[in-house]
Design a binder for this molecule. Structure first.
Ligand code: CAA
Length: 283
């Protein structure tokens, strides 16, 4: 089954990035938002990214214009009517995602595959809110989407082999490498990375070292591109907290219990880069 047209739900950080890489790879993309101002902002970010790529000589002006022309913003699910694959990157709330999947099921052609970019929620729950659960899978991208090479392909108990075969072809077609994961909390990356982040935050709480020294150690001593506390600020402390809670609830493993420092920072609205303040001050 060949993917000719892609739909994306959400044009925020992740949805906008997914839209950008798909359009860059030559796919016409329909991207949906809940209000015009979010659509304008998201597509504006993609245009800025294209301009930067042209300035740096990574892309020709013609390719940048072509990429933008392949993107169509919409506020209506009906505009997914001729998409072969729709990737959902809406808010990380299972009830909301189930509603989105039920609407996608009504709007998309019967052959279309439906994917979620969730980082920790059950794909099977979303699949069961459609009449085509075997055509539903996870496609989990990483931030910043245009830079990070990996996509986790998530298979539920009922995902068909055809859906996995489609994903195995689609990911390289947009320049991504993929791995196959089961539909378990956190898939592979967050299952492993969240244990690391929790342990780092607990170590900071217990006075192991300063935040700067922890980050410098992991950057310079282990060649990580970012230190763990910089990374947590980059992901968003609310997102880290949300993922940990979801994993803890499902797995009942104390390894994933959110540290109290993290909870306090989220309560205080210190969410990392996006609010100007997290473990570090960006103001
Ligand atoms: N969008 C597009 N391109 C971007 C970008 C963005 N938001 N941020 C950086 N880039 C590009 C830059 O243009 C630059 O390329 P050029 O030099 O060719 O212009 C390149 O990436 C490197 O950027 P910088 O020199 O500005 O900065 P850097 O070398 O420090 O790299 C980084 C920035 C790529 C973000 C790097 O620090 C990194 O890899 N950090 C780790 C990111 C990571 O772990 N992401 C996963 C988070 S977890 C997740 O997403 C999943 C989840 O479920 C929570």
């Amino acid at each position: 089954m060949e993917i000719k047209k892609v739909g994306v739900v959400g044009c925020g950080l992740m949805g906008g990035g997914i839209t950008e890489v798909c359009a860059k790879a030559g796919y016409p993309v329909v991207v949906l938002e809940v209000a015009q101002q979010f659509l304008d902002k998201g597509i504006g970010n993609i245009k800025t990214s294209m301009e930067r790529a042209v300035k740096k000589g990574r892309m020709s002006e013609e390719d940048a214009t072509g990429t933008i022309e392949r993107i169509k913003g919409t506020l209506k699910f009906e505009d997914f009517g001729d998409c072969d694959l729709v990737i959902e990157a809406a808010i990380e709330n299972l009830d909301e995602k189930k509603k989105v999947f039920a609407q996608l099921d009504k709007a998309c052609p019967p052959h279309a595959f439906l994917a979620s970019n969730t980082s920790c929620l059950s794909i099977l729950d979303m699949a069961m809110s459609t009449q085509r659960p075997e055509q539903v899978l996870g496609l989990h991208f990483f931030s910043p989407v245009p830079v990070m090479q990996l996509v986790e392909i998530v298979k539920t108990l009922v995902t068909s082999d055809q859906a996995i075969e489609m994903a195995n072809k689609f990911c390289p077609s947009i320049g991504k490498k993929s791995v196959l994961c089961q539909d378990t909390p956190g898939f592979i990356a967050n299952r492993l990375a969240m244990v690391y982040l929790v342990y780092v935050i607990r170590s900071l709480e217990s006075g192991l070292a300063t935040k700067e020294d922890i980050d410098v150690t992991m950057r310079l001593g282990l060649n990580h591109p970012m230190g763990p506390l910089e990374l947590a600020d980059f992901i968003g402390l609310d997102t880290v907290y949300y993922i940990l809670n979801a994993m803890y609830e499902e797995l009942k493993d104390p390894l994933f219990a959110p540290p109290s420092l993290l909870k306090k920072m989220v309560t205080a609205g210190h969410l990392g880069r996006k609010t100007g303040r997290g473990f570090y001050d960006y103001r």
